[in-house]
Structures are given as C-alpha cells and as structure tokens.
Design a protein around this ligand. Sequence first.
Ligand code: SF4
Ligand code: SF4
Length: 90
Amino acid sequence: MDKEDKIKIYENEKTIIRIKEDWCKSCGICIHFCPKKVLMKSETGYPMAKNIDDCIHCLLCELRCPDFAIQVEKKEKIFGHNINHKGLED
Ligand code: SF4
Ligand code: SF4
C-alpha cells in the first residue's frame, strides 16, 4: 500500500485534521486531551475526527501526540477564498 493511503484526512470549511496512521500507535492521548471531544477511537483503533465542527484549533492533540501523527490546520478566509496555513487556496 502507498504511504499516502495511510494518512486519513478529515475536513470541513474551517479545519483540516490529518492522522498519519503509519506513525500512530493508537495510544489515545490525543483523544484524552481534546477539550471539545472532537476525536474518538475508530474501529481500527486509530483516532478519527468525529466532531470536526467542534474543533477550536487549540492544537493540544498535536502538541501531546508523542509520535507527531496528528496535525490540525485552521483554514483562513481571505477575500472570500479559503486559504490554508501554507498560504494556498483550497
Ligand atoms: S485542535 Fe484542539 S479541539 Fe481540535 S481536535 Fe485537536 S485538541 Fe481537539
Ligand atoms: S496521540 Fe498520536 S500516537 Fe497517540 S493515538 Fe493520537 S495520533 Fe496516535
């Protein structure tokens, strides 16, 4: 399987959450520390962003993950376009 296939991407108009399942060890720390209960354990044991609409971009999940396996990106609206943190339009 291609490595890219192991990155799960959850997205809405405000947020992108990426979970690198090949780096993740399913420890559940990100789920435990999320103050908005955005994350939950999937059937495969990896975290999934079930309530992405509630994400407040606090980055606690990202900062607490010991394996750099989760990344949260806040989308910014500039002049009516969705611009992500890399300055690219989505
Ligand atoms: S950034 Fe904060 S609110 Fe969003 S999923 Fe991570 S811990 Fe939860
Ligand atoms: S804290 Fe990191 S390694 Fe642990 S379950 Fe979450 S994403 Fe996976």
